[in-house]
Every structure is written in C-alpha cells, then in structure tokens.
Design a protein around this ligand. Sequence first.
Ligand code: FNR
Length: 186
Amino acid sequence: AVTKIGVLIGSLRKDSFNRKIYMALKSMVPASFEMEEIKIGDLPIYNQDFDDEGNPPEAWSTFRKNAKAFDAFLFVTPEYNRSIPAVIKNAIDVGSRPYGKSVWDGKPGAVVSVSPGRLSAFGANHHLRQSLVFLNIPVMQQPEAYIGDVASIFDDRGAITDERTREFLQKFVDAFINWIKIIASK
Ligand code: FNR
C-alpha cells in the first residue's frame, strides 16, 4: 500500500515560494509514498459554537474526513510577523476538534519553513512546532528545514537551480520517510 503524506501549505498566493518548495519535495518521494496537498484556504475561521451545536460547516467536515485518510503530515509554511500565517493555524485548529476527535493525533509530521529573507522563517517554524507537540504529532527533529533566500534558488519555470538546496531537500525527504517508518513501527 502507498503511504500518504498530507501537505499543508501556509500560503494562498498563486506564485507562492512555499508551494514551489512543496512541488520539489513531492517529486523526491520514493515510489511507495506520495505527497498530496490538503487545501486549507476555504475553511471558515474556527468557532467552537458550530461544533458544540453539532452543525460544523461543510468545508470543515470535508477537511477533517480528508485529513483522517493521511498517514503523515508535512507543514510547509512562510512566516508572517514572526509567527505562522492565520490560514495554517486555522487549519490546525479545525483539525484538532471536536475534542477527542483530532485528525492529527499520533501521526508523524515534519516542518519546512520558507522565506525570501535570511532568517528563513525560524519564528514560524518553531511556533508551528509548539502546536504540533501539543497535538501529539511526533515531529521530526533533524534535519530541521529552514529555506532562506528562497527567491534566488528557482529559475523562471520554478525549477530549483541551486544544487545545494536540491540536495538538502532530498536529504530532508529521505529522513522524513525514515521517520514515518519508525513511528509506524511503534
Ligand atoms: C511577510 N513576510 C515575512 N517574511 C519573514 O521572513 N518574516 C516575517 O515575519 C514576515 N512577515 C510577513 C507578514 C505578512 C503579513 C506578509 C504578507 C509577508 C514576507 C513573506 O516571507 C513573503 O511574502 C513570502 O514570499 C511568503 O511566502 P509565499 O507566499 O511566497 O509562499
């Protein structure tokens, strides 16, 4: 069977660098694994009343059902104001409820942060980890993935021209595949 990795991307921008990094990572997984983006842009902002009243928005239910079918999660995110963008936090919150029915519980995960800047979205990377630890996602610790100066590593067609970055991303994917196998065997 194929092991399915659901990917949440913290940018909705059509030319998103984060999505380009995701496309590169997706092309690097071995045959028995696959990465698929889980869309998060149309999820209404979390409001507990909708769950308490047993009437969650359709988009939440679809997202939760969809997310449950994945074996692992990869979070690829920019940094907004030294933290994570609201769109990805909202998706994490929606997936974590109703209480006791979290879609995240126990599934292996990994984080990639991406920025045109030199600090490589460090703040977002670690704020994200704070929530993932609480949600009982065993998050891969090494290698950490901070992709900085990202505007300089692609050609016009979105292919990675920087060989060192490509090698690093492959190393990251290999380690994550291994991490998923380790967690699955426990
Ligand atoms: C940013 N950006 C940004 N970058 C960064 O490295 N640290 C930061 O704190 C912020 N803050 C921030 C806030 C807001 C509201 C926006 C819109 C942007 C810049 C950001 O890294 C840049 O727009 C990236 O290109 C976003 O990723 P995508 O959309 O290319 O995937």
